[in-house]
Design a protein. Sequence first.
Lengths: 845, 282
Amino acid sequence: MWRITVKGILAHKMRLALTAIAIILGVTFVSGTYILNDTLHSTFASIFSNVYQGFDFQVRGVAQLNDAGGAVRNPIPESLLPKIKKVPGVKYASGSVIGYAQFVSHKGKAISNSGAPTIGVSLALNSHISYLHVAEGRMPTTSNDVVMDAATAQKYHFKVGQQVRILLAGPPRTFTITGITRFGAATNLAGATLAGFNTPTAQSIFGETGLFNDIYVVAAPNANKAVVERSIDRILPRGVDVATRQTVVNEETTVIDQGLSFFSTVLLIFALISLFVGAFTILNTFSIIVSQRIRELALLRIVGASRRQVFSSVLLEAAILGLFSSLAGLGLGVLAAIGIEVLLRGFGISLPSGTPVIAARTIVVSIIGGMGVTVIAAIIPAHRATRISPVIAMGGQQSDSLLFHHRFIWGAFVSLLGMAALGLGLVLSTILFVGIGALSIFIGVAMLAPALSRPFANVIGSFLVRTLGVAGKLGHENSMRNPRRTAQTASALMVGLAVVSAVAVLGASMSGTATSSVDNAVTANLIVSSRTSSVASVGFSSAIPKAVSTIPGVVSTDMIYGGTPLTGQFRFRHTLETLESVSTHHLAGTVVLHIVAGTSQALSSGDLLISSSTSKSDHLSVGDKVPVKFALTGRSTMRIGGIYQPNSLIGSYLVSNSFYLHHYQNPLPTAVLLKTNGHPAVQQKIEHVLVPYPNVWVQTRTQFEKSQLAQIDKLLGLVYALLALAVLIALIGIANMLVLSVFERTHEIGLLRAVGMKRRQVRTMIRSESVILSMFGAIIGIIVGTGIGIALAYSLQSSGITDIVVPVPSMVAFLVISVLLGLVAASWPARRAAKLDVLAAIAAE
Amino acid sequence: MIGVFREIPRREIDLKPRLLALDNTIMNTFVSPEKPLNDISPTPAAHAVDLHKIYGTGQTAVNALANVTIAFEQSRFTAVMGPSGSGKSTLMHCMAGLDSPTSGKSFIGGIDISGLNDVELTQLRRDRVGFVFQSFNLVPTLTAAENLTLPLDLAGKKADKDWFDYLVGQIGIGDWLARHPSELSGGQQQRIACARALINRPDLVFADEPTGNLDSNTSTGVLSFLRMSVDELHQSIVMVTHDPRSAVYADRVVFLADGNVVGSLEHPTADSVLEQMRNLAS
């Protein structure tokens, strides 16, 4: 049987080639993701072990609230340093501080690598301890000196001796570049820009006078390190601890890995979608191959092949195909890893590059994944092959067992089960259930599809007959000859488009919500915010609010804090949440809180305001006391002072600015809301004031909305690009099916040509078949995807998606694109069919 | 039909001296399993009792076989003849276990196959029955030699070298063993199919119109091989045919019409077969 299988594969090379492409692409995506992940991991790991070469121990604040984003540690007193230096066995010790510092380019642009941190640090004069190597120039010694990371220096043409302006938490300052730094071989740290100052300067500009973030310790060469560590630990006050170099490296690597694993998970989801779509193509190809080999298989049955042998031979064929495709996919994965990196860079996510790492896990997962999908998809055709009656070999007829009815019931059952799982997943917000639910719905609908395909094809078909005449009619009839095959082929496209449509609904809902959030929450007519990102996440100098509020024409100002990393953390009951704050003075003039219960006045008395979705999910009402914890100030109890309607701009937890500043370490404002007298000159004046701050801009409410939407569109663009592969695989499936059909109908096409069908008409016939297929798949996909998208958006209400929008123009565009791509997919099979030699075709059996 | 029949070359009959020596008497007796006509062995190679087969249901039901009771003796070459729709293929499919009868029993070498499941039937076919069909006898992706040993390969057995060489010698395809079916003529393909049917030394060979797609010259080669396997190897063969020229190679011809056995002819000649068919037609 082995021989028959292998020879069968060799004989059907061409037929299997397109199927192989479907698997190869999916596996490439999977292996590419893993390779990228592992390469980045090893790159970061080597950067960190390079960076942290110089010291033995790190003394730092105890981690307060741990989270995936890394622990927040409070600063430690400077006075610890002399004490540590006196500990026996300590050779060197040096304190360091870290904070916000952003370079301004020669052209006056704020430098930031697509959202990566812009870090300022203090540099120890002792080169044994410093984790930065000054590759060129010298260390910063005066308060005007700065060293710059090599990547920024190269990219923005800075040289030693030049002046550079740096944006800080306070007013911006100009420094002289005294040196260029490197991190071992790397020119920067994962895209982050780095400004190095001498320690007193850094302490003063980061507002940490008398404080250090860390103290780095080098032990004497002959000292017992464990003893030194214990001795240091003994003199440390509460809230401060000591860690070995290895612990620090592991911590940093873990933080990076957590970030990477998020990336990888997202990419793997898209890779799985591609593989899933590929599975339909495999199922279809094997079904067609089985039906084309029906007499051969019957012959094998007659001469003594058991059902089990037939079954295993089809599965073996699938396994071999899967193995070779997986190996090819694995090889291409290296290229894909580079491709994904380029793609992400195109969307503003830059990652350090290193030698591609192909881990054993990548190889195992790729091969098992590729083979698994192929073999599982081939089970149905293999089972069908065992049902072939041996009599067929003798020219007999298969007594047709119509399982149509059963399929319909099962399809409906599986779809309903999928919907239930999806619903459950959304309610419990368990991504696994959501995935299983969506997959079940796709499979269920694919099972229902054969029953739907006939009425559907009749509608499209009648149109094709009217416009394309007999060629259109034949194309329509061909598509209906085997409804199951049609449905399987269309199902692959259905899955692709369902995901695309679901994403479109989600994206449109996010855009709609963003617009309405701004409209509902902000009465200010001008908004000052960071250029690099949407409202939260990156802050700017706290000098800005003061500067703009004094401009004549500005009626009221409100400063918003929140979401800035590294300044603090907020734990609400048992989970870390993002806390936002507004100033209470001019609240009414700039921000509108749609209060459901309680009052916004409660903010000024230090109460917490929560959104109504939080109050619902946590069963909280006004007056309730809840346990909270802040990284900086520790445990506390807060009173719920008010409940407001959910708004994505404000978030779910709101306090006053004064409260926020007390519980966070030097936070930076993330937005300033301005109510003006409406005079256009006011905006110009503000722009003038903001000239020294190129990382910040002022926008009207409309401009602000637009920039918010642009962010969402950018994200959607990335998701569409990642989904394009799934759609491509579905189209390969259509092309594959058409090629196999043309092969199958060689005799018939020859006959049609012999009785006078023109080549052009043959092409039209194949193309109209493809149009029916792609329209069928696209329409079902769009309907199913819209449903899933609405369900997803609905479940995200608590996360702030309040408006559910179905983007009809996008859906129409998807349909049109699908049909056009269907025509593209048909072009090769159609040409092949039209080129058939009439006589040879008629002679074909 | 008559015209075709008259064109049988004399030479072919010369190839079968044993046949010529036999009595040409027409025997219109019905065959019953209790009274085997041939006394070489008491158990027939295959027999059927009250075999009934209905295709379809209700108004469209067709009686393909109406209570057929028949036996095929061991070491004999039996031809089954009858007009189209007479039920000869159905009889063969049911007796070979490829199709299940509506009622009645069929036996191969004394084993009741109506009670066997698919696995047992497959094993029976693989180990005890050989098949030759009208067309598509060979797996196109395998070479001639691989096709020949296919039943053994499926059973996971090794081919008996001497037996293989003997069969290859008999069908005269030694030079083309490495070729694929598409590179062989129809006659060559059919002879490989015949040799494959014998590779397992089966109890019984079913041949369904083995010469249906061949011209008269190549038909001769195939039929001679089948005849040889009965004469020299004591093989039992049942051949369905509608061609009187093929039927004369058999030891006995059974005639079917409308799902019934309507006649039997021992040691057929061209004339006697034709005569019988004429009677059936009238």
